[in-house]
Design a binder for this molecule. Sequence first.
Ligand SMILES: Nc1nc2c(c(=O)[nH]1)N=C([C@H](O)[C@H](O)COP(=O)(O)OP(=O)(O)OP(=O)(O)O)CN2
Ligand code: ZN
Length: 135
Amino acid sequence: MKVKVSRRAHFNAAHRLYRPDWQDEKNEAVFGKCNNPNFHGHNYELIVSVTGEIDPETGFVIDVKILKDLIKSEVEDAFDHKNLNVEVPEFKKLNPTAENIAVVIWNKLRPHIKSSDELEVVLYETPRNFVTFSG
Ligand SMILES: Nc1nc2c(c(=O)[nH]1)N=C([C@H](O)[C@H](O)COP(=O)(O)OP(=O)(O)OP(=O)(O)O)CN2
Ligand SMILES: [Zn+2]
């Protein structure tokens, strides 16, 4: 019997969507207002879920305190109040779209989760735009 345990978190970060190998016109056409050269911020909402068997001794799939501390050390400390393009190494050469941010977060968390458990990351870039990555 598998149960999904979730923890909600948030971080604020700035970004700019663009490709340096494209002309300005193409970047503007494809990325619109998120191509603004002055960068802009989003209030990202994150839901991390771990699905697995309940440990019969503890009654936990994963201790949510451990999940909370993991999200803080791997995501919030790394991304919160940062310019993703400039200050976060993973996005030096990777466009910080919601999709790419979700995959980066998943890859940072995955090594810390029991291999038999499933990991899902849901990332809201705006209250109406969100992506889901489960590996
Ligand atoms: N597939 C993706 N498309 C877009 C992404 C993305 O990460 N993946 N990102 C953006 C912009 O960064 C940003 O999210 C655009 O926001 P906006 O269009 O303003 O969305 P809102 O929900 O705030 O606005 P509505 O008026 O509700 O549409 C663009 N595309
Ligand atoms: Zn944006």
